[in-house]
Design a protein around this ligand. Structure first.
Ligand SMILES: [Fe+2]
Length: 148
């Protein structure tokens, strides 16, 4: 189905961490399946698949952030929390008058792209620098000093 705003995976969305990138691609697949679903039963089923996968993915990222003492963990987790809250609202509205497919699509596209390209990219670059022994960016170093 051709939609006005397609959530299509592009290599440019790779954040450079194989596990996170692979899960992000799957999030895109599941978001598309959800947005393509027609009728309350299918919308409910695919929304559950999408929400579950997204929550598991957030847990993975959050576990990773804790294990490496990631300085921007709080802001990142707050972003995840807000998305989960918004998804819960969406789920509650499926089949109701307040459910707008178009709004959902715009919101999801915007959220996924902004979150991945800004927040997840920062996280992946922090991990890569830590693994290769390179110094962190000046911003990261400043926030590490603040936390000490
Ligand atoms: Fe994230």
């Amino acid at each position: 189905m051709d939609r006005p705003v397609a959530i299509r995976w592009k290599d440019a969305f790779d954040v450079g961490n194989a596990e996170i990138d692979q899960q992000h691609q799957e999030i895109f697949n599941k978001a598309n399946a959800f947005l393509d679903a027609v009728g309350i039963a299918a919308l409910t089923e695919y929304s559950l698949g999408f929400f579950q996968y997204t929550r598991d993915h957030f847990s993975l990222e959050e576990g990773l952030m804790r294990s490496i003492d990631y300085p921007a963990i709080e802001v990142h987790i707050q972003q995840h929390k807000e998305l989960v809250e918004r998804l819960n609202e969406v789920a509650a509205n499926i089949g109701g008058d307040d459910f707008s497919h178009r709004d959902l699509e715009l919101f999801l596209t915007d959220w996924l792209l902004v979150h991945i390209r800004i927040y997840d990219t920062k996280l992946a670059s922090y991990i890569a620098r830590k693994q290769s022994g390179l110094p962190q960016s000046p911003q990261v170093q400043a926030s590490q000093r603040q936390r000490q």
